[in-house]
Design a binder for this molecule. Sequence first.
Ligand code: DHB
Length: 537
Amino acid sequence: MGIGATAGAAAIGGIALTANAATDTSATSTDLVFDPDAYTKLTTTVTDTEGTEHAVTYRFWKAITYVSKPVDATYQSLIVSAPVEIDGTAVDASDAPILLANSVGGYMPSSVADATGVGAGGMGGGAPGGGTPGGAPTGSAAPTAAASAAPGANGNTNANGGATSSNQLLALAAGYVVIEPGARGRTLKNSSGEYYGTAPAAIVDLKAAVRYIKANKGRIPGDVERIVSAGTSAGGALSALLGASGDSPLYDRLLEEIGAADASDAIFAVGAWCPITDLEHADGAYEWNWGGNALSTGKKVDQAVSKELRAQFAEYQASLKLRGLNGFGTLTARNYDAYLVKQYLEPSATRYLAALPDSAHDAYLAENTFITWKNGKAGFTWADFLSHIGARKKNAPAFDAFDLSAGENNLFGAGTTANRHFTAYSAKNDTTGLSTRRVASDLPAKLDRMNPMHHLVEKVNGSRSRHWWIRLGTNDTDTSHVVSANLAAAAARLGDDVNHLYYWDQGHGANTDPGDFITWIAKVTGYKRAAKTTKTK
Ligand code: DHB
């Protein structure tokens, strides 16, 4: 199928003119009033998850700046796509759910400024930099038209990566409105050498995008009370954070500074794939999970460091006092392995194996003898699961690197300082000689603004999303498996509706059930597409 939307032979004269006129001005328009007429009509073909093709005609609004005082409109802009005809039948998307699909990857900048159709977001970002050698920023990243997230590295940017079933395309073919916001990212640097996209810029931008949408209720297509956010990895973290922190006053001043619209920024539901979040606790969680696994070089990480970090995790996990789903007791560093195996990993392997044809099923079990198959269920130990995964991706500490080389060190940079420590432990163990060996005083507040757990655990936010779709590949060693599981447990403890599965043998960025996500959106929003009875030409 082609994601390359083709401009329809621009139907309605007046509209086409408006759209053309908007070409030059849209990026600088600052009145924050959405112009319902400033669209072009495009067509695309979407192949659904069953392999059926759908012809979709949609209205497309190219980059609109969503704040009145943009720091950089290249990033602080969004695109809107609203279906008008699906498989020859006219559809009315004015009350449809809105999929708010960010394309942030690696906490890098993401831009839709040059997007020419749905699913085109995410330029300029995507390279995960965290914890890997060479993960340090290399300076200001200008968006380039050709740049895109790495294929498969970001579920929302499947469209960029060339995969056929992105969330955006499937949503459009289901009759939903798709809005794709850009956002500032960590590597952006102005001419004075100041970083202007480090934390919490990206979440402030996404909130401003939501405020823009809500302020334009009745003008912008879709039901602004049914915004479902989606993102993967850093974008998944921001998606979860957007849902957790809706209308939190913590961001008011920052939103005011950029001229965000005066409206709510609460959203209805969250889709988060492999969220790289809870960053200030992620080093400990990583060692708890992958501490015994060697790097791909075969080398083990510093075991003394790993052990200290694991102890920190035990303390943190105890402080959360979270209970596992399905009646599992309080989650601790001692029982979390059993919890992951029972709640997520065995069911994941079971689903995977049950869906295989008999011969493939048998072959898989013959190759993976650590799995027992009994009464239609997979069984294995945590230790065997860890061996099955093999190499860990990141060094220790994974996120706040002693040498400031992790992408997250840059995420918490400020002013002209590219990289900073954000945990006391790594600040103390800094090896760069640059550090004061203390976490800077502005960081605790920034960490709260970047962490969904803050809004679900420390300060329970009554305006949060109540519906959570969380997904993670079992082979994903970009962060600890407990990060998503804790997010799910924290939301569930508050009585929220949580749908969290792990994809068996899938790596970072996987989204292997996008069709189910689209169905889930209909379920949680209660939306039923009312096809118009008249056929359009
Ligand atoms: C992403 C991956 C990482 O390993 C990380 O630390 C941060 C972000 C990403 O793919 O977005």
